[in-house]
Design a protein. Sequence first.
Length: 197
Amino acid sequence: MDTNADLAAALDGIGPRLQRIRTSRGLTLAEVAELTGTSASTVSRLESGLRRPGLELLFPLARAYGMSLDDLVGAPEFGDPRVQLRPRRRNGRIVIPLSRNPGGVQAWKVVLPASPGPGELRTHDGSEWIYVLSGRIRLIVGQRDLVLGPGEVADFDTRTPHWFGATGDAPAEILSLFDRNGARVHIPEASDDTVVH
């Protein structure tokens, strides 16, 4: 395996990848330029392949997109296929990434602390599928106010105002599949020919 050739190939193909990542997040060239402290023309030249990216441009882009540098550039895998589970704390929640798919469906395990009540309902592009592993969660989607327990599933359009959190005195754990492009998750039925491993 020629790692230098693999790295050069990844960098040569970075322009279209950067454009896909930006558009999948619904950002304009000007918005990315503002987030990274560079110009819109520099971002455009990176995406069109007219400028080869250096670390001084890739680090701010990775930070702006909330990605690791390896994921941003699509660095080739070197042996270990395991996803490195690096828990993060967001708004009091522990979020553990379970996938490396920045442009497509993203999988997360989330530990939700006990919550006294709903926070602000949010909207954004995409769809979300939630499976409750343990505890109980309260889910508000539009006018619906539901409580889900272990083994229950919800699937909703995130353009509808929504909020979810643990209900009761104990935290809850969920699996979340999120697709910014709005594709709905398909769970095979017993009659499907799909085999799930």
